[in-house]
Design a protein. Sequence first.
Length: 433
Amino acid sequence: MKKLESGKMHFDIKPLDLLSLVEQAITANHAYGEQFGVTFQLTCTLPPVQVSADHNRLLQVLTNLLSNAAKFSAPASQVDVTITRSAEGMLRVAVIDHGSGIPEEFRSRIFQKFAQADASTTRQKGGTGLGLSISKAIIEKLGGRIGFETEINIGTTFYFDLPEHCQLPQSAPLNQPQMRVLICEDSPDVAMLLSLILKQAGFSTDIAYNADQAKQFLAQQHYDAMTVDLMLPGQDGISLIRELREQEVTRSLPVVVVSACPHEEAELSTGSLAIIDCLEKPINPERLMVAVQQAVLQTLGNKPRVLHIEDDLDVVQVVATILNGTAHVTSALSLQEALHQLSQQTFDLVILDLNLKDGMGMELIPYLNSQGSSPIPVVVFSAQEVSQEAFHQVTAALVKSRTSNQELLQTIQSLIRRRRTSESHPSPVRVLE
Ligand code: ADP
């Protein structure tokens, strides 16, 4: 707990298959459950999904939740374990018991250190009251959250949500020149790690080991974003950022702070330094990529953003080429990737293929309609005609084989214009070719 709190606990973050990890945890806790006559029943309806996490730490969390569920279950009952997606699109593991529930007066303290509902329970059931506080710290370090729902004499569900590990959109190199990120970090190991993560995400990187070197790099060439460690030898990170903000060329350079002192975060984000995000060490690769991507997107200026949801790479390439110069196109090759993109940034328009490898494109419509103040216009661009019902739900529908590149471009341009000029009153336009 001490190590976790001081940030000294080492996390070995890797993409992990969530289902196998949960299966492993259940197997490891099977014998413990047997002591109480409790069996674990796993249900997962998702396709294979991954999280970025430390294997042993996540196993530790699962073991805590499973053993608590067994301990506090009605004798000889079943504990259900489910893997689902939360309403926000996170991956959720829930452990559902049919036990005594958690007394109301104890609920607000349950994640505190050494908290237990009552001492006699402790004597009966064993335990230290540390498990849940450690689990909470681990899950939060992994960029997730932990929670519970409980009803007296009915049972308790403990769950945690973690962001899905997603490959970055494959479209990035198709339609963007390579973006350059300057890493300002004095520890060579951390700098190498940052560089590796960013290179994997398609950025090119340079490393400056102190503020002076960083300024030299910035004077020599253009960067789309920069990461800054706050504790640098010589001039510190904050004063470097402040200096950059005073100069014309670097005034609006997107900066992501990657630092060991998260307590400065609040002060920074409210400050006038225009920092995109503050990430604490150990570095969560997923969060770093998202933060730098967001930073870079800022520099793309005011171009309309189009999300192209399509699993045929040739069509992706063609549409990116047609729209080059008109819009900034992000492509998603599956529904899941589309949901991830939609959770990361806002779009002015969505181009949607109907048949995707993980489901029907139309499944996204309710989600798109619930985004922001006005629904995002949707152009269906698909091999088949849309049904009458679907037709009423989208803004335009174009059949691939019958639509010329020029028509596609014009339709998209006019929809983007409409969206921009009448944000609050989107008027549906239907074009059926
Ligand atoms: P420990 O189990 O070692 O006491 P935890 O931090 O894991 O420590 O749990 C703290 C307390 O929360 C438990 O002692 C118990 O009172 C309550 N608790 C945890 N999980 C459950 C559950 N599934 N049902 C009822 N009470 C629970």
